[in-house]
Write a protein of this length. Structure first.
Length: 256
């Protein structure tokens, strides 16, 4: 009597397929495994494999996506490096001596690192609402130690309104919004100094390309259409909304 053998187990290979092409296409992002160590930690050879934490290299900076091997990994999109490159360039040519930057949605802290080490920022306030097992403070610890950075865990809009209440403003406010940037093109100006820069990233392309007309009208006070130049249309919607909101706040843009 023959016993029927179970079919061989099949393993899905879907996980990670969306990320690999980005890494290959970029050619600039290098990843390697490092091990967390401290003065009281065992030698590298004695550390178990489970203590490996991935270290990302972008331009001249390195950072982690996890605070610890068991902690959650942050989202990181190598293809968005162009946006971060442009932010560093914008700060470098802003023409402000020792500029101060608000990184309103800092995430891993890669933007804060690059603004200080590449853009010439004298100080960055790196803010992210997430707390706990989060790599932001680990990544920015060297900058915090020498006074070039502080870390906060507040709602970004609350930080903007502090500029209105106590006059705390920055030469550049970077808003890497996940989704629509519309709420930030209004309140974000409260945190910008006169002559400063509000740098916004918006990823609600369904709205700006005309697929969500109600949201386009309620958020940007405009009608969006789906056509070949929809990316330029989205850019114009965000820029126009930011300029309209800034024009409504002339008293807040006076130099103090």
């Amino acid at each position: 009597m023959h016993t029927k053998q179970p079919p061989p187990q099949k393993f899905s290979r879907r996980v990670g397929l969306g990320l690999c092409p980005m890494l290959l296409a970029s050619g600039r992002v290098r990843r390697r495994a490092v091990r967390l160590t401290s003065s009281a930690a065992p030698r590298l050879a004695e550390v178990e494999e489970t203590t490996a934490v991935e270290l990302i290299t972008e331009s001249s900076v390195q950072f982690r996506l996890q605070a610890s091997p068991a902690g959650p990994s942050l989202f990181y999109r190598p293809a968005s490096r162009l946006i971060r490159d442009l932010g560093v360039l914008a700060l470098a040519v802003l023409g402000v001596p020792e500029p101060r930057v608000l990184d309103a949605m800092s995430g891993s802290g890669v933007r804060a690192l690059r603004y200080v080490l590449e853009g010439g920022a004298s100080f960055v306030l790196a803010n992210d609402l997430m707390e706990g097992d989060h790599p932001l403070e680990v990544n920015l610890a060297p900058l915090v130690a020498d006074g070039r950075c502080n870390v906060s865990h507040s709602d970004a809009v609350d930080l903007y309104f502090r500029g209105k209440l106590d006059g705390t403003r920055f030469d550049m406010v970077d808003v890497d919004a996940f989704g629509t940037g519309q709420p930030h093109v209004s309140e974000g100006w409260y945190a910008v100094k006169a002559g400063g820069l509000l740098y916004i990233c918006a990823t609600d392309s369904l709205t700006t390309k005309g697929e969500n007309p109600h949201k386009a009208w309620s958020g940007y006070a405009a009608t969006a259409q789906s056509f070949p130049a929809c990316n330029e249309q989205g850019l114009r919607l965000v820029v126009a909304t930011a300029f309209r909101e800034a024009a409504a706040l002339p008293a807040l843009l006076k130099k103090r």
